[in-house]
Design a protein around this ligand. Sequence first.
Ligand code: SME
Length: 155
Amino acid sequence: MDGVSLIKDLQQMRDDGHLSDALLRKAVRSISEEDRFDWVGVYLLRDDELWLHNYVGEPTEHAKIPVGTGVCGRAVAERTNLNIEDVSKEENYLACSPDVQSELVVLIRAGEDIFGQIDLDSETKAAFTEDDEIALIGVADKLAEQLAAERREAN
Ligand code: SME
């Protein structure tokens, strides 16, 4: 995936006055164009639950995930990105589809504030590289800039 070009597009959207809702949808749509990524979604953190904002891929029953539950909830509880090479070895895992083999969660955060996460599934084991994670951190940081700006305005 071309993270640099996506980050530029997201910044352009910000400059043009688009809100986080549009940026989150654009990010998911663009990231999902990569063939290795079979499911791509964004969850937003509200209190102590992750709420599914938008996704591309098969429908999931996990529209809300408590912090600490599953790979998604654990990433927030541990305040870290998680690259799970083989989900069948995870005890704390919520299956989205039986075909999923690996998962990458990248937090959308600004300093100490966690706004949510980008969640990716693949039907191939160990599908996600360090370069994927680095590119997605850049995208997540840009999304966090907009979410932080909106939070400041609301307060
Ligand atoms: N696998 C995730 C749940 C989200 S679905 O994959 C879309 C987890 O273990 O938290």
